[in-house]
Write a new protein. Structure first.
Length: 97
């Protein structure tokens, strides 16, 4: 595991340039804002292959993470299945199909 400091929009491209996944990827999305969540999902799209898990920590608020997730899914047409969610879906876990 490696932590990369900085704003998602400024640091994720550099990280992804050298990142070559050798196994399934687990993503813990803690971006909180709509713009950060949507930017992150679109930049990660090429590594969101079947088996990838995506955790959302504030999925119950319909504006930030949930809305970005819906917009991403509509634009990229990937298929996902819900694996887990707590009461009222404060947190949710999806798997890429």
């Amino acid at each position: 595991m490696r932590f990369v400091p900085g704003w998602f929009q400024q640091s994720l491209d550099g990280f992804l340039h050298s990142f070559k996944p050798t196994h399934y990827v687990v993503i813990n999305n803690d971006s909180d804002l709509y713009s950060s969540t949507l930017s992150t999902l679109t930049k990660l799209d090429k590594i969101l292959v079947p088996g990838t898990l995506i955790f959302f920590d504030e999925f119950d608020d319909v504006q930030p993470e949930f809305r970005a997730w819906q917009d991403y899914r509509a634009a990229y047409l990937k298929k996902f299945q819900l694996l887990a969610g707590n009461d009222r879906f404060r947190t949710a876990v999806f798997e890429v199909l």
